[in-house]
Design a protein around this ligand. Structure first.
Ligand code: BGC
Length: 408
């Protein structure tokens, strides 16, 4: 294969999310959910991988490996632990984190909301409640006033469409489980007023979230700092199995197009892809037992990212940044090959003139994979959770080297 040179200033990074790595995010709604009787979470997040204290060495390690960017999220529940009570200490914490990135030549991409919200927000219905729009904007304003001058790029919210995907993959409806009622009770709301971002169950929530994105987009653009702003979407590469053209088109609309169409005019769209989904006349066609899968049960199909980049660019008509892409496996050689093939499909999209500005793998380190707990391994860096020691895997050296050379 001939060598491919990526565009100048291409962003090469790894991604994390605060709740999955920091540890002890006790004022978040997720912490409450993880500790409910009969919780659906395999285990609580606990200390996670203590990134809250260990970010200096983690950022230094990413730089040493060859990356020039790092995508991480800041935690609303830390910055505003009770309504209107903003913590200067936590704002300062994130300012230091951004400063650490700059010290190491790393461009920081900040996600303002990655699934978790303060627990107090839930008492009013969370992402179902109109007031969340202004509350989110106010939090973004506080945060960006404090450290906007150090931000390299920003994502307002992460994957507002994730539940579309989950609804196809889960064999049950989350709001029909006993867990849902226990959770509603814990936040003191009725069954229909549980507005959890990760589990969008009513169309109303989509409107609130997209409106919050719009407001945050303007707030973040009003400075300080001058950086591109977008949101990220969970995009699976939808392909039609025999006779599944109608179903595929329908799902493409629900999962991606209704969102992508509203992003025209944004600075970029963050594309987050792990696999493909085949749809037949009766819906999703599950990959057979003989097909290789990741630890989440999705097909090993690295070329998916090429398909979703092309689709997102075509519908939204704005630049694309791959903000998450990766493979969860205990066998790192499968992850390494995944990156090789995935990057070839990114290169081919670039060759065809599609404006792709960066590639962030998921994830920098093995971490807390939400309801699945610490089982799945997405990281290019392993973490010994007893000692919190970081151990880069071969895929980290390989990807870091591609990043350093800016060529494949
Ligand atoms: C999310 C991450 C998650 C990853 C792997 C994405 O949907 O943004 O938080 O860990 O997928 O499942």
């Amino acid at each position: 294969m001939k060598e491919f040179i990526f565009p100048k200033d291409f962003l090469w990074g790894a991604s994390t999310a605060a709740h999955q790595v920091e540890g002890n995010n006790i004022n978040s709604e997720s912490w409450v959910l993880e500790h409910l009787p009969g919780t659906i979470y395999a285990e609580p997040s606990g200390d996670a991988i203590d990134h809250y204290h260990r970010y200096p060495e983690d950022i230094a390690l990413l730089a040493e490996l060859g990356f020039n960017a790092y995508r991480f999220s800041i935690e609303w529940a830390r910055i505003e632990p009770e309504e209107s009570e903003f913590s200067y200490a936590e704002l300062e914490h994130y300012r230091q984190m951004l400063a650490a990135c700059h010290e190491h030549g790393i461009k920081p991409m900040v996600t303002f909301h990655h699934f978790t919200s303060p627990r107090w927000l839930m008492r009013d219905g969370g992402w179902l409640d109109e007031k969340t729009l202004e509350r989110f904007a106010r939090y973004c304003e506080r945060a960006t006033k404090h450290f906007g001058d150090l931000i390299g790029a920003a994502c307002t919210v992460n994957e507002p469409n994730i539940s579309m995907l989950l609804s196809k993959m889960l064999p049950f409806k989350i709001d029909e489980t006993p867990f849902w009622d226990t959770a509603a009770q814990a936040f003191g709301v009725s069954h229909d007023r549980l507005g959890l971002f990760q589990f969008v169950t009513q169309p109303r929530m989509r409107e609130v979230i997209l409106a919050a994105h719009r407001r945050a987009f303007d707030v973040l653009h009003s400075g300080p700092g001058n950086f591109p702003v977008g949101l990220t979407l969970a995009l699976v590469d939808i392909q039609a199995a025999e006779g599944g053209e109608g179903k595929s088109a329908e799902f493409q609309r629900e999962q991606s197009d209704v969102y992508l169409e509203q992003l025209r005019g944004d600075d970029f769209v963050g594309v987050q892809t792990y696999s493909r989904m085949m749809l037949g006349p009766d819906g999703m066609v599950k990959p057979g037992d003989d097909v290789e899968k990741n630890q989440m049960g999705e097909e090993y199909y690295p070329e998916a990212i090429g398909g979703t980049i092309r689709h997102a660019a075509q519908v939204a008509g704005i630049p694309v940044i791959v903000t998450e892409n990766g493979f969860s496996s205990s066998d790192d050689s499968r992850r390494l090959e995944y990156f090789q093939r995935a990057l070839r499909s990114v290169a081919s999209a670039l060759e065809d003139g599609i404006d792709v500005r960066g590639y962030f793998c998921w994830s920098a380190m093995d971490n807390f994979e939400w309801v699945s707990g610490f089982g799945p391994q997405f990281g290019i860096i392993a973490v010994d959770r007893e000692t919190q020691q970081r151990i880069p895997k071969p895929s980290a050296y390989w990807l870091g080297n591609v990043a350093r050379r800016n060529r494949l």
